[in-house]
Design a protein around this ligand. Structure first.
Ligand SMILES: [Zn+2]
Length: 85
């Protein structure tokens, strides 16, 4: 874990649990309650390598059908230039 934020130089962090969106092309996996450390100044989040590896292997398992996700969402997608109002 980095002790100095590589974005803002702050040295104060707090442990958090957040929703992580893993994305590969058009495919995504949302993982809830992922442990991370967040910079208290700029909000940059740092994850342990084994946490990210676990998410990536879960994504692979769901993609190749060896594991079923807990639940699935249907997500609408928009381009900003098409928005009204
Ligand atoms: Zn920072």
């Amino acid at each position: 874990m980095s002790e100095v934020c590589s974005f803002c130089g702050n040295t104060d962090f707090k442990a958090k649990s957040v929703d992580y969106i893993y994305r590969r092309g058009e495919k995504m996996l949302i993982v809830n309650r992922v442990p991370c450390t967040e910079c208290t100044y700029c909000g940059e989040r740092y994850y342990e390598a084994d946490v990210l590896a676990k998410i990536e292997s879960d994504f692979e398992a769901i993609e190749n059908g060896t594991r079923e996700a807990q639940r699935r969402l249907s997500v609408p997608v928009e381009d900003f230039s098409r928005l009204v109002g």
